[in-house]
Ligand binder design. Structure first.
Ligand code: GLC
Length: 571
């Protein structure tokens, strides 16, 4: 019996290892092509520059589509590519239905989607509803009170105290300081939950709602396979504009939004209803299923609530913000169990695991370079969808920039004393393709953010030439993701010891898939077999670059040695 299952397992590994083409989109009975796959986030400014101006663009992405085929991802999502003054690098949009010339033209976008679709890849756009740029013509007309634009933004009269003008309430911007900015021409304050140049749109206005929905539909008709919805919890605010309560002893400076309990500026019920309306609008267009992914840094209950309002992927940020290099095996177990147990029951909902993104220090910064593969391994072995950020698959590292080099508005607003921990530039440096000029990202020596000097050794080309690399591991993880045992096997998250987390996936009469992660920085020897009820002899499907374990090796799981900070997947 044991030998039989080993043979089955070898066959399964051989099948997983062969570079099979991605399954056709219709392979999922529900038509949900994203199930059991990895989705890849592209930060377009930093991915590939096709015209030598030092900034990535759409033709650059198109030139790399075969790389996505090679990785076998189902889809990629693009941070915003729309017309923008680039104050927040595309998250400040001045025309929701036009491509910014920095990125290319509408034809370049059509070429990208056509060529992606021809390769079985889906294209997901970033949808930024909470705010526009202050250079959007709507805002200019709103200042002048031209109807119906007068009410497209959140305007409020000043509060006059002892004859002095003050903002209408105590709300604070995510980018520090008051969330209100005085406009001299209109003689009112406008709300901006992010940068001053990102005025919040007023979704209580029906005409604005209709404009935004039309723009969403426009992109579906132009080839988008779905959307990542940006900053969704901020879209509606309390209609009475009440002050938010102060967090006692937050220890933060008064301009920091962490000093307030956000009960009136995020998570309002109307926000969920809006997502449902967008879901309905997109579904009513027919055709292949479209994905909606929601970006909400909020409580677990408020995050998972988006499932019931039409989000397929309420981003699960536990690996991005909740856990870090001080987290223990138990912390990971509790977080994973918490997520799995909170997915609403009775629907067709799937879990998701975000490994990284452009707003937070890279996984290698948060967890250390030795743990570069760990969270992608978890995302692969746990049920549902994995989401990675460009560069994760080669273990790219964050770059600490000087104050002079800082361009991110969150970093700039923080000032020279505080920018280091708040700037997001470090995780947005150009992709490291090879050892040529600017790491193969651009033909220009000058790039919008500096290339990490470690590109000479840390780059994709180098990783293709060695037997064990982050890239090689990631490819195996993607293949594993669509295997039957990961799709439908039973899940157990086990503390093999207080230092070692085990994730086991089981199907009857099949060798289990077992992920083991050593959360200690010291080597550990464990009997995983008895404690986790797994075969005493298993083979290595893949192992982290930091591990001493060779791919394909046979291991005695009754006495398994794991290097400090290493991880292994056994089959
Ligand atoms: C989201 C984006 C972030 C941006 C913010 C404002 O959190 O991911 O990059 O700055 O929204 O649009």
């Amino acid at each position: 019996m044991f030998h039989e299952s080993v043979i089955v397992c070898f066959v399964a590994i051989a099948a997983l290892s062969s570079a099979a083409p991605p399954p056709p989109p219709s392979s999922s009975p529900s038509g949900e092509w994203w199930r059991d796959s990895f989705i890849y986030q592209v930060y377009p400014r930093s991915f590939k520059d096709s015209n030598g101006d030092g900034i990535g663009d759409l033709n650059g992405v198109t030139s790399k589509l075969d790389y996505f085929v090679d990785l076998n991802i189902s889809a990629f999502w693009l941070s915003p590519i729309f017309k923008s003054p680039m104050v927040d690098f595309g998250y400040d949009i001045s025309n929701f239905t036009a491509i910014d010339p920095i990125f290319g033209t509408t034809n370049d976008f059509k070429k990208l989607t056509t060529e992606a679709h021809a390769r079985g890849l889906k294209v997901i756009l970033d949808w930024v509803p909470n705010h526009s740029s202050d250079e959007h013509p709507w805002f200019e007309k709103s200042i002048k009170k031209i109807k119906p634009y007068d009410d497209y933004y959140v305007w409020k009269d000043a509060k006059i105290i002892n004859g002095t003008r003050h903002p209408p309430n105590n709300w604070l911007s995510i980018f520090l300081g008051s969330a209100w900015e005085w406009n001299d021409k209109r003689q009112q304050y406008y709300l901006h939950q992010f940068a001053i140049k990102q005025p919040d749109l007023n979704f209580r206005n029906a005409a604005l709602r209709k404009e935004m929905e039309d723009a969403l539909v426009f992109w579906v008709k132009n080839g988008a396979d779905g959307f990542r919805i940006d900053s969704i919890p901020y879209v509606y605010e309390d209609a009475q504009f009440r002050d938010e309560p102060i967090v006692p002893n937050s220890g933060k400076p008064a301009d920091d939004p962490a000093t307030l309990k956000h009960i009136y500026t995020i998570d309002q019920i109307e926000t969920y209803q809006l997502v449902q309306a967008w879901r309905n609008a997109i579904d009513s267009l027919g055709g292949e299923k479209k994905i909606l992914m929601t970006e909400a840094y909020t409580s677990l209950p408020n995050t998972v609530k988006y499932y019931e309002y039409g989000s397929n992927v309420p981003f699960n940020f536990m690996f991005v913000t909740g856990l870090n290099n001080h987290s223990t095996a138990l912390d990971f177990k509790r977080s994973i169990d918490g997520w799995i147990n909170n997915i609403p029951k009775g629907g067709n909902y799937i879990a998701n695991w975000v490994v990284d993104n452009h707003d937070n220090p890279r996984v290698t910064t948060r967890f250390g370079s030795l743990r570069a593969d760990q969270n992608s391994m978890l995302a692969a072995v746990l049920p549902g969808l994995g989401v990675i950020y460009n560069g994760d698959e080669i273990g790219m590292e964050g770059l600490q920039l000087s104050w002079k080099q800082t361009v991110d508005p969150q970093g700039c607003n923080a000032g020279p004393e505080r920018y280091a921990s708040l700037s997001r530039d470090g995780e947005r440096t150009p992709f490291q393709w090879d050892t040529t000029t600017s790491a193969g990202f651009s033909t220009s020596n000058i790039t919008w953010l500096p290339v990490n000097p470690n590109y000479k050794t840390l780059n994709l080309a180098a990783q293709k030439n060695v037997p064990k690399s982050h890239y090689g591991i990631f490819k195996k993880l993607v293949a594993l993701k669509s295997s039957e045992i990961i799709k439908s096997g039973e899940l157990q998250v086990i503390l093999a010891t207080d230092k070692v987390l085990g994730v086991v996936r089981r199907l009857p009469n099949t060798t289990p898939i077992v992920l083991l992660i050593n959360f200690s920085n010291d080597a550990i020897q464990i009997d995983a077999s008895a404690w986790m009820n797994i075969p005493s002899n298993m083979s290595v499907y893949t192992s982290s670059v930091s591990s001493n374990i060779s791919l394909g090796a046979h291991l005695d799981t009754t006495s398994l040695k794991l290097n400090g900070a290493s991880a292994v997947i056994l089959a």
